[in-house]
Design a protein around this ligand. Structure first.
Ligand code: BYC
Length: 315
């Protein structure tokens, strides 16, 4: 029936589904701009998961115990899984996995700014789990209700795994904080390095966020960048206390009148530089990803040959 509807009627049906909080599925008609926005956000999200494996992967061989090593391997594997669910969700919109990979390894695609920072100490694994996965959960729980079905459904499982990731990060920091004075200092230093960049994960301030209004109207995003940043800052404060660590933002206070956290100005110039490719680890991340892609070529060839063999055997 959909095929016989003219453009205006199709648009009206799409709008009605969005208004009713129903899901748009791959078979449904959708405006071209909605499709493009989803491909942009979902592919960026997938790339973030895949590039996000690197800062932690860097510590697998150096984790301080067998237990920590096993947990870290499992976490990094989960991130690969998240990348794969998300690439699959993006593929339902008509872009191929090869094209998304090409955009990433040729440096044309965005991925989260946060993965362009180095991880010099073990405490960085704690800070990434607590702050980076914590920010990710805050941003991603509302995405479970995103209007596009395959994206929302992928997010449900991802969020469950992210909760485990966040707790393991918190627990690493708690152990260090209760350890020797040097270990506690190492935890504080890592938190000092990751706190402000993790707040920038939510994206630019609302008045400089060109995509937010339309994405919210389409119910892809449910809250603005600043709203989620506020929520995250509020969530963290009792956790700082439980950890016995200090919040690096010395100017932070809660304004009872407005009901909002007033924080020091984030370094948006640093954010823009990272987005331009000039962060401390941008070049290394892409070089590493390209190398892994090249080295994996024989695996892709073998998998394709095996699939072809199975298909001809079944025919
Ligand atoms: N980094 O209009 P705006 C994880 C770009 S991985 C880089 O507000 P939008 C994990 C933005 O793309 C989780 N770029 O955009 C993995 C846009 O540029 P384009 C990653 C950013 O889309 C491993 C421009 O700035 N999470 O958890 O409405 C280990 C203007 O922004 C960033 C996601 O991907 C940034 N931080 O809102 C551990 C969540 N912020 O595309 C953990 C899904 C903004 O116009 N994505 N930009 O050239 C989203 O929720 C939204 O896309 C954003 C941005 C909130 C990020």
């Amino acid at each position: 029936m959909t095929a016989t509807l003219d453009d205006a009627a199709q648009q009206a049906r799409f709008d009605a589904l969005i208004d009713a909080d129903e899901r748009i599925e791959p078979r449904d008609w959708m405006p071209e701009a909605y499709r493009k926005t989803l491909i942009r956000q979902i592919s960026q999200h997938a790339h973030s998961e895949i590039i996000g494996m690197q800062p932690e992967g860097n510590w697998i061989t150096r984790a301080p115990s067998l237990k920590r090593k096993a947990i870290l391997i499992a976490k990094v594997q989960d991130e690969a899984g998240h990348g794969l669910y998300l690439y699959s969700a993006a593929q339902t919109l008509g872009i191929s996995r090869e094209e998304m990979t090409r955009q990433l390894i040729e440096g044309q695609a965005r991925y989260s700014s946060i993965f362009n920072y180095h991880t010099p100490t073990w405490a960085d694994m704690g800070a990434i789990g607590w702050l980076v996965d914590g920010a990710a959960i805050c941003n991603q729980v509302p995405l479970c209700r995103a209007s596009y079905g395959p994206y929302g459904r992928a997010m449900v499982r991802i969020c469950k795994e992210e909760s485990f990731h966040q707790r393991q990060g918190f627990e690493i920091l708690l152990t260090l904080s209760r350890g020797t004075p040097q270990q506690k200092q190492m935890a504080q230093d890592a938190v000092n390095r990751w706190y402000f960049p993790s707040l920038m994960m939510f994206g630019p301030p609302d008045d400089e966020s060109p995509n937010s209004a339309q994405s919210m109207a389409w119910k892809i995003k449910r809250f603005s960048n600043d709203e989620l940043r506020q929520r995250f800052v509020g969530m963290l404060q009792p956790q700082f206390e439980a950890l016995g660590l200090e919040c690096p933002d010395k100017e932070l206070y809660f304004d009872e009148e407005t009901g909002r956290w007033v924080m020091s100005e984030l370094d948006w110039e640093e954010f823009r530089e990272v987005l331009r490719g000039n962060g401390e680890a941008n070049a290394e991340r892409i070089r590493h990803r390209r190398q892994a892609h090249d080295e994996g070529e024989w695996v892709r060839e073998a998998a394709a040959a095996f699939a072809a063999k199975q298909q001809s055997a079944a025919a």
